[in-house]
Design a protein around this ligand. Structure first.
Ligand code: HEC
Ligand code: HEC
Ligand code: HEC
Ligand code: HEC
Length: 188
C-alpha cells in the first residue's frame, strides 16, 4: 500500500514539474494586431510621441516607396516581381492574405516588425516588465536587428541587399533619425 502511494506521489510530482516547465518556457503563439492598436497608448506627448514619430518616419512609407517610378522601372528592367522586395519593405515580409493581413501590409514596416507580434503582450502590466514582455513574444527593440534589412556597406558585399541602398549604414547613427523614447514623466 505504502509502495503504491509513494509511486503515485512521485508520478504526480513529475507531472506537476513537467507542467510548470511547460507553462514557463513554452513559446506563446502571438499574432499581429497592427499599428492602430499601439497608437492609443503610445501617441501622447507625455509618453514620448512614439506613434507620430513612426508615422512621419521612413518605415511608415516603406511599402509605398515601391510604387515610385524608379522602383517600378527597376522591376520592369530586371523582369522580377515585387515579391522580391517585400522581405524588407513590409511587416510580414510578404503580401497579406486575408483582410487583416492586407490592412497590416499597407502600414509598411510597423511597430511589430521590430517589437514582435503584439496579441499576447499588449496589456500595460506586461509591457511595464521587460522580462514578461519577452515571455509574451515582445521585444524592447534591438539595434542589431536593423542589419536584417540595412547592409553595413553595400559596395563591399554580395549578399542580398537593396539595389537602392547605395550608402553605408550604421545602426547607432541611423537610430538618431528614427529615435523614439518614453519621456521621463512617462505614463504609469
Ligand atoms: C493599453 C496601453 C498600451 C498599448 C495598447 C500598447 N502599449 Fe506598449 N507600453 C504601455 C505601457 C504603459 C508601457 C510601459 C511604460 C513605462 O513603464 O513607462 C509600454 C511599454 C512598451 C515598450 C517598452 C518595453 C520595455 O522594453 O520596457 C514597447 C517596446 C512597447 N510598449 C511597444 C508597444 C507596441 C509595439 C504596441 C502595439 C502592438 C503597444 N506597445 C501597445 C502601454 C501600451
Ligand atoms: C535586404 C532588404 C531589402 C530588399 C530585399 C529590398 N530593399 Fe529596398 N530598401 C531597403 C533598405 C534598408 C532601404 C533604405 C536604404 C537607404 O536609404 O539607405 C531601401 C530603400 C529603397 C528605396 C528608396 C531609395 C531612396 O533613395 O529613397 C527604393 C525605391 C527601394 N528600396 C526599392 C526596392 C525594390 C524595387 C526592391 C526589390 C527589387 C527592394 N527595394 C528590395 C531594403 C531592401
Ligand atoms: C524590415 C526591414 C527593415 C528593418 C528591420 C529596419 N529598416 Fe530602416 N528602412 C527600411 C526600408 C525599406 C527603408 C526605406 C524606406 C523609405 O525610404 O521609405 C528604411 C529606411 C530607414 C532610414 C531612412 C534612410 C536612411 O538610411 O537614412 C533610416 C534612418 C532607418 N531606416 C533606420 C533604421 C534603424 C535604426 C533600424 C533598426 C532599429 C532599421 N532602420 C530597421 C527597412 C528596414
Ligand atoms: C525599425 C524598428 C522599429 C520600429 C518600426 C519601431 N521601433 Fe520602437 N524601438 C526600436 C528600437 C531598436 C528600440 C530600442 C532602442 C534602444 O536600444 O534604445 C525601440 C524602443 C521603443 C520603446 C522603448 C523606449 C524607451 O524609452 O525605452 C517603445 C515604447 C517603442 N519602441 C514603441 C514603438 C512603437 C509603439 C512603434 C510603432 C508606432 C515602434 N516602437 C516602432 C525599434 C523600432
Amino acid at each position: 500500500m505504502l509502495k503504491i502511494s509513494a509511486f503515485f506521489f512521485c508520478t504526480s510530482l513529475v507531472i506537476i514539474a513537467g507542467l510548470l516547465i511547460h507553462f514557463n518556457s513554452a513559446p506563446v503563439k502571438a499574432d499581429y494586431v497592427g499599428v492602430q492598436s499601439c497608437q492609443s497608448c503610445h501617441s501622447s506627448l507625455a509618453s514620448g510621441s512614439i506613434f507620430p514619430v513612426w508615422e512621419s518616419g521612413p518605415h511608415r512609407s516603406a511599402l509605398q516607396i515601391l510604387d515610385t517610378d524608379s522602383a517600378q522601372a527597376y522591376l520592369q528592367s530586371e523582369n522580377i516581381s515585387i515579391d522580391n522586395c517585400l522581405q524588407c519593405h513590409s511587416t510580414l515580409g510578404r503580401k497579406g492574405q486575408d483582410e487583416f493581413e492586407k490592412l497590416l501590409h499597407q502600414q509598411g514596416i510597423g511597430c511589430e516588425r521590430c517589437h514582435g507580434p503584439g496579441s499576447q503582450y499588449i496589456q500595460s502590466t506586461i509591457m511595464k516588465d521587460q522580462e514578461m514582455m519577452e515571455r509574451f513574444g515582445g521585444s524592447s527593440g534591438d539595434l542589431a536587428d536593423c542589419y536584417s534589412c540595412h547592409t553595413k556597406d553595400p559596395s563591399a558585399t554580395n549578399d542580398n541587399h537593396c539595389p537602392f541602398q547605395t550608402s553605408p549604414f550604421d545602426a547607432e547613427s541611423a537610430w538618431a533619425t528614427i529615435k523614439h523614447s518614453r519621456s521621463e514623466e512617462s505614463f504609469r
